[in-house]
Each structure stands twice: as C-alpha cells, then as structure tokens.
Design a protein around this ligand. Sequence first.
Ligand code: NDP
Length: 397
Amino acid sequence: MSKVLIIGAGGVGGVVTQKCAQVPEVFSHLVLASRTLSKCDAIASKIDNIPVETAKVDADNVPELVELIRKVQPKMVINVALPYQDLPIMDACLETGVHYLDTANYEPRDVAKFEYKWQWAYQDRFREAGLMALLGSGFDPGATNVFTSYLNKHYFDEMHTLDIVDCNAGSHGEHFATNFNPEINIREITQPGRYWENGEWKEIEAMSIHKPIDYPNIGERESYLLFHEELESLVKHFPTLQQARFWMTFSPAYINHLQVLQNVGMTRIDPVNFKGQQIVPLEFLKAVLPEPSSLGENYTGWTSIGVKVQGVKDGKRIAKYVYNNCSHAACYEEVGSQGVSYTTGVPAMIGAKLMLTGVWSGDGVFNMEQMDPDPFMEDMNQYGLPWNVTDIPVDEH
Ligand code: NDP
C-alpha cells in the first residue's frame, strides 16, 4: 500500500492516474501535480475508489518540487510531464530520498537530441542514496525494451538484428494533430535519423529512408526510419546486436503538413522576435494544435508496436516478432483516452507497481531491459496490453 506522486496531467498523466487507481492494493493514495491545476482536478474527478489529491507545481523548479515531495511524502514519483523536467525531478527525488520513474529521456530545450548521457550521469548519486530511477517506462521506450529482453531471455542464444516497428493505423479525424505532446513529437521527427550498424551510429537525413512494413491485422503501411532513444540503451545492454533500427508509420497527410510547417519555419526551436517578444515557433505551433488528451473521442483504428529480432538459437538462425495491437476506441471506452496515451500510461503504471512491490529493485539508474522481463510481460496481459510472439522468416527485415 503506497502513496505515489504523479507529475504531469496531460494525455499520459490521465491514463496513468486511472490505471494506478485500478490497482488499489498497490497504489492506495495518489497525488497528481502539474502546471495547470484544473487539468489535475479534471482527472482526479474520474476516480472515487482511492483518495486522489491534486497540486500545482512548476517541475522546472527544484525547490518547489522538493517542497511538494516533502509535503506529500510519496514512496516514488512517476514523471509524465515533459522530457525537459526529467533532471529537475531527479534532483528533487535525490534531495528527498524518493524513487523515480519516467517515460521519456531528458533533452535540453535548445537541442533536439535524445541521449541518455544526462540521466546516466545520475547513476552514482542514485546508487549511493540507495534509490532507484527507472528510465523510459512507456511503450517505446518501455515495452519495446522489455520485449527485446524477453526475446533474448527465452528465444535466443545471441541476438543479431533488432527492428522496432511502430504503427498508428488510427484516425482521429483532425487535419493535423500529434498523439503525444506536439512539441516533443515534432522535435523527434525532424531531427536526423540514426541507426546502429556494425558498432557505430549511421546518421541519415530526417525521414529519408522508408519502406512499407506489414503490421499484423492492419496490413502494409509506409514506415520511416527514425532515431529513437531505446536504441541507445539496447545496443549498450545487448552488445551482440550488429544492427538496430526503429521504424514509425506516418500518413501522407501527416507528412504533407509537416513538410509545409517545416518549409515555412514553424518547426524552428530557436526564438524569433515577434512584436518585441521572443517566441519559439514550435512552442507557438503547439499552442494552436489539438491537445493529445483531447483526441480520444471518435478515434478509430489500432496501434501496433512490436520488436523483430533475428539471431541464433542452438546454432540455427531464427527470427521472432513480439507485438501488441491496441484499439483506440477500446482505450477511450475504458479511460477516455486515445491509444498512444494509453499504451504509454499502462507501462508507466506497471513499472511503478513492480518497483513498489519490490519485484523490480536496485540502487541506481536503470533502463527497462536491465530488469527481469517476465513479471512486466505478465502484467501487460493483465492490465490492457496483451501481446503475441510469432516466428517470422529469417532475413525478412
Ligand atoms: P501532454 O502535453 O499531453 O502533457 C504534458 C503535461 O506535463 C501537461 O499536463 C503539462 O502541463 C505538464 N507540464 C509541462 N511542463 C511542466 C512543468 N514545467 N511543470 C509541471 N508540469 C508541466 O503530453 P503527453 O501526456 O502526451 O506526454 C507526457 C510524456 O510522455 C512526455 O514526456 C512524452 O514524451 C512521454 N511519452 C512517452 C511515450 C513512450 O512510449 N515512452 C509515448 C508518448 C509520450 P500543462 O497542461 O500546463 O501544459
């Protein structure tokens, strides 16, 4: 029975709060804090089986966070605000002696580049404090890391190639909207692509490599090679990987909108002078786009996210594919959200549950693949993200 502080009341915050409340034997008391109190209150009002308090906090401000954590006295903090807040929240957890979990790695506001180096640098401080920080407990990163370690544990003697395949075959009915925070999403897509090959990173122009990939029960969708943060930790923790790539689908309409926005300078992250005020075009764009948490109603179709691994077992080359398909409409019916927030919020709850029950433990900073995958995989089946594992042809990908 634990009290937990959740920071961030957006699309993912709404799901993780409701999913924690579905497991009252572990999460007995929640406090939801964010920049906009009314969003916390709206989420809290959906829950009546456990106490959910709300609070206003600026998570860029360490003293403010420390004051809140001291007042709340949670066992851990679930950080589902934005990647910019990862380091201040980790600092505040260290100062107050509280465990930490997030779903996206830190990036500085002025460089769109995901790297774990900033958060891995906290390793000694968390270890010496006897605290655990679990990084990237969403779907990708998160479930994809666990899928990889599950395949490694149960099916392979040695893994050689890894392809993470992420399809959103859903339709929200908007001309252009992103399924998670628009600023973070567009920064991710417009930066150069990167993949791992033969011991080094290969960099490519953004969205310049793409191909149709066949997704289970969905069919072929054009998929673009992007850099995604879990590639960095997975090639570190599974050094036999000779190649590691990440693919994501985008519709032609999405690509057209993005190209126009880029061409006119609306995706820039450097400040421009507007009527005497410094404005970051991408931040302004975020303000006029739909909120991810508002996209659930009438969202149709499915997401399909999985991991394909090729390697060797008993001297034979084999290939395996583990994936989850998730219906946007079913997510909306259950918690009033679309599938991307749902597929992130459920693994965040599961990671926190495994930490609070001591099933996953350790002192220091950890990526998901460093933990035993089996209890996480069992919980995915139990809490709304069932998965399948299948054989696929060797050399198919
Ligand atoms: P939203 O934009 O919907 O929500 C972000 C929330 O964080 C908002 O409530 C926002 O407050 C709050 N926030 C922002 N800045 C601060 C601050 N300084 N102090 C306090 N609160 C703040 O985003 P999502 O819910 O879609 O995404 C949340 C996180 O999940 C992101 O880090 C995203 O990258 C990650 N994610 C991870 C995925 C994965 O699979 N691993 C997939 C999808 C998302 P306000 O409402 O006032 O703006």
